[in-house]
Design a protein around this ligand. Structure first.
Ligand code: GLN
Length: 545
C-alpha cells in the first residue's frame, strides 16, 4: 500500500481511561491502530503499566491474567497480545513499560553518578525517563504513529507521573504531533431510563486538573448515544461534537474496528494530527475473517484443563488462538473450562466424556497436577485429540513414562525434587539461577521438525521458531526408553537438543509442545498447530457420531 505522502516525523497518540477499569483501552487502541494501518501508516502500540513490578512475570495470573511473551523474551501485559493479533506485527521489550522499570533505571543511573550533585525527583527525573521510553519506539524511525496506552484509570495516584509526562511531551513535540484519547463509560440508569454523562464530566475534569485535555472522547455504552448526549459531552468536556465517539458494546472484540470505522475515529485522529486521510480503510481481509467467524459450519467442544480457569483472562492467547483456528476451519470452538483440581478417578469419565479435543494448559507448581495427568491418560487411551502446552507437554511425558514405559514414580523435579525418575528436570542453564524475575528460558528459539510428524504436517516447514517461558525440560536421559515405547520427539532445538515437541504416532492426534504456540496466532495468521488440532477435533467428532 502506498504510504501517505505527508509523513515527516512520528506522531503520538495516548489512550487514557476514566470512570471505570476494564473498559477495553487495549481493544480501542488496537482497533484504531488497525484502521491507521489500513490507511497505509506503520503503527505500533505501547502499554505503560503503573505497577511497581518490573514485569508481570512475577504476578499471579489471578491478579493480572495471562503474561504475554514477545519474540525478544519480554514478559508483558496481555494487551500486547491484542496488539499483535489485531495488527499482525511483533512487539518487543520496548512496547511494555512499568513503573518498576522506570524506577529501576533511574535508580541505576543515580548509582552510576549520572545525576551527581542533584536531588533525584519524580519531576523531572522520573518523567524524563517515561518520556524517553515513549520516544524509543518513535526514534527507531520504523513507525509513523506510536499509540501509547496508559494503564489504570485517571485519578489513580500511581498513574500521575505518566499523565504529567504526556503533558510535558505535548509542549516539547507540539500539539499537532500528539493527541489524547480518553476512554470513558456512559452508564445507563435503568430506573431513570437514561444514559448519564456526569461520570465522564468528572473524569475529564480530573484529567484537566493534571494538565491534560482530551482531544477525543471514546464512550463505552450499552445504548447508542444520541445527538443531545454528544452535544452535552462536547460542551462539558472541551471537545467538538464530532470528537465524541460512541463505542457500543460489541458481540466480539473483533467487531470493534468496524464500529470505530463507522464512527470515524481514525478520520478525526488523522485530522487532528494533520495527516492525510486520502487512503480509505477497507478492512477486506478482516471482514472475510469476521464473516467466517459469524457463520461457522460446524461446532466442536474442546476441554481446557488448567488451574486458573476461574479467570479466563489467564488463558487469553489460547482462547483467541482457538477463535482464529476455528474460523479458518469454519468451526466454532466451544471451550469447556475444567479445573484440574476437580478430577477424581471416579468423575473423570463424566467430566471429559463428549469432548472432541483436550488441551492441557501451561502452568507452574504442584496444584492440580494429578488432575492434568489423569486427563492426559484419558485423552491418550480414548484416542481423543490432545494438545499439551508447556507444563501440559511435560505432564504428557510424565503420564507416558508412568503408564506406558512403566516408570511408576516418574515426575518432574519441579513437583518432586527427589523423584527417582526425573523425566522432566530443571534445565542445566537454570541451576545457578536464584532470582525469580525474568530468568526463565524466554522468547523465540528455533526448533527442527521431523518430516514424518503431525507437527511437520501442520507447519509445512522443517525449521520453526516459537516463543518460550519455562525452567524445566524433557530429560534426554530417558529419550531412548520413551521413544522405544512409542512417544517420539518430533521437534528439537538444533543447537542444544532440547526436546520441543513430543508426539504419539499411534494416536490420531497427540502433540505436546514445550513452547507457547498461542502467542503467535493472529487474525490474519492463525497458528498452524491450533488449526490442525481443531481439524482433528472435528474429525474425531464425525467419527464418533
Ligand atoms: N513450570 C514449567 C516450567 O517452568 C512449565 C512452564 C509453563 O507452562 N509455562 O518448565
Amino acid at each position: 500500500m502506498a504510504k501517505p505522502s505527508n509523513m515527516k516525523k512520528t506522531k503520538y497518540i495516548f489512550v487514557t481511561g476514566g470512570v471505570s477499569s476494564s473498559l477495553g483501552k487495549g481493544i480501542i487502541a488496537a482497533s484504531l491502530a488497525k484502521l491507521l494501518q489500513e490507511r497505509g501508516y506503520s503503527v505500533t502500540i505501547q502499554k505503560l503499566d503503573p505497577y511497581i513490578n518490573i514485569d508481570p512475570g512475577t504476578l499471579n495470573p489471578y491478579e493480572h491474567g495471562e503474561c504475554f511473551v514477545t519474540e525478544d523474551g519480554a514478559e508483558t501485559d496481555l494487551d500486547l497480545g491484542h496488539y499483535e493479533r489485531f495488527l499482525n506485527i511483533k512487539t518487543s521489550q520496548a512496547n511494555n513499560v512499568t513503573t518498576g522499570k522506570i524506577y529501576q533505571s533511574v535508580i541505576e543511573k543515580e548509582r552510576r553518578g549520572e545525576f551527581l550533585g542533584k536531588t533525584v525527583q519524580v519531576i523531572p527525573h522520573i518523567t524524563n525517563e517515561i518520556k524517553d521510553r515513549i520516544k524509543i519506539l518513535g526514534n527507531t524511525g520504523e513507525y509513523d504513529i506510536v499509540i501509547t496506552e496508559i494503564g489504570g484509570t485517571v485519578g489513580d495516584i500511581e498513574s500521575l507521573p505518566y499523565i504529567e509526562a504526556v503533558r510535558q511531551l505535548k509542549w516539547e513535540l507540539g500539539a499537532s504531533n500528539i493527541i489524547v484519547i480518553h476512554l470513558t463509560l456512559i452508564p445507563y440508569l435503568a430506573a431513570a431510563k437514561e444514559l448519564k454523562t456526569k461520570p465522564t464530566q468528572h473524569s475529564v475534569k480530573l484529567l484537566m486538573e493534571s494538565g491534560l485535555s482530551p482531544n477525543i472522547l471514546v464512550c463505552r455504552t450499552e445504548y447508542p448515544l444520541n445527538d443531545s448526549i454528544k452535544e452535552k459531552l462536547a460542551l462539558f468536556c472541551n471537545v467538538q461534537k464530532e470528537d465524541v465517539i460512541e463505542s457500543i458494546d460489541a458481540k466480539t472484540i473483533y467487531e470493534v474496528p468496524n464500529l470505530m470505522l463507522k464512527e470515524g475515529l481514525d478520520k478525526v485522529v488523522l485530522e487532528k494530527l494533520q495527516l492525510s486521510t486520502e487512503v480509505q480503510p477497507t478492512l477486506n481481509e478482516w471482514n472475510i475473517f469476521l464473516n467466517k467467524l459469524n457463520n461457522p459450519k460446524n461446532t466442536v467442544e474442546i476441554g481446557l484443563i488448567g488451574k486458573y480457569v476461574e479467570l479466563q483472562d489467564a488463558y487469553k492467547s489460547i482462547v483467541e488462538a482457538f477463535i482464529h483456528a476455528g474460523t479458518k476451519n469454519d468451526i466454532k470452538v466451544i471451550i469447556k473450562w475444567i479445573h484440574s483440581e476437580s478430577f477424581t478417578t471416579k468423575n473423570i469419565q463424566q467430566k471429559l466424556k463428549g469432548l472432541n479435543g483436550i488441551l492441557v494448559a501451561p502452568g507452574f507448581g504442584e496444584r492440580g497436577i494429578e488432575g492434568k495427568i489423569s486427563a492426559i491418560q484419558y485423552a491418550r487411551e480414548n484416542k481423543i485429540p490432545f494438545l499439551g502446552i508447556c507444563l501440559g507437554m511435560q505432564m504428557a511425558v510424565i503420564e507416558f513414562a508412568r503408564n506406558v514405559v512403566g516408570l511408576k514414580d516418574a515426575f518432574s523435579t519441579e513437583m518432586d525434587a527427589s523423584t527417582k525418575h526425573p523425566v522432566i528436570d530443571l534445565m542445566e542453564s537454570q541451576k545457578e539461577i536464584t532470582d525469580k524475575g525474568g530468568t526463565m528460558r524466554l522468547g523465540a528459539w528455533k526448533c527442527l521438525l521431523k518430516k514424518d510428524s503431525k507437527s511437520y504436517q501442520a507447519y509445512q516447514t522443517e525449521i520453526i521458531s516459537e516463543r518460550h517461558r519455562h525452567r524445566y525440560e524433557f530429560n534426554n536421559d530417558y529419550l531412548e526408553q520413551i521413544t522405544d515405547a512409542g512417544m517420539i520427539a518430533t521437534g528439537v532445538n538444533p543447537e542444544t537438543n532440547l526436546v520441543e515437541i513430543i508426539e504419539i504416532p499411534s494416536h490420531p492426534w497427540f502433540v505436546g509442545v514445550q513452547y507457547h504456540p498461542e502467542y503467535k496466532s493472529t487474525v490474519l495468521n492463525p497458528h498452524p498447530l491450533f488449526v490442525d488440532f481443531v481439524k482433528a477435533a472435528l474429525k474425531y467428532q464425525l467419527n464418533h457420531e
